[in-house]
Design a protein around this ligand. Sequence first.
Ligand code: ZN
Length: 61
Amino acid sequence: MSINYTVGQTITTRKPHACGSSSWTVLRVGADYKLQCNNCKRVVMLDSQQFHKAVKNDEQR
Ligand SMILES: [Zn+2]
């Protein structure tokens, strides 16, 4: 039951970013995940465990 994420996909995190937005664009998938905040454009790198914890589990929103 692993969900596949693709580059360019918009995802929502459980916790909002420091800027208040919880909407991110996936920049890289694989062993590490890169996400760009859709509000402040900051990029963060997470390993897959951190990523799957951070992302909301529902497929759509
Ligand atoms: Zn942000």
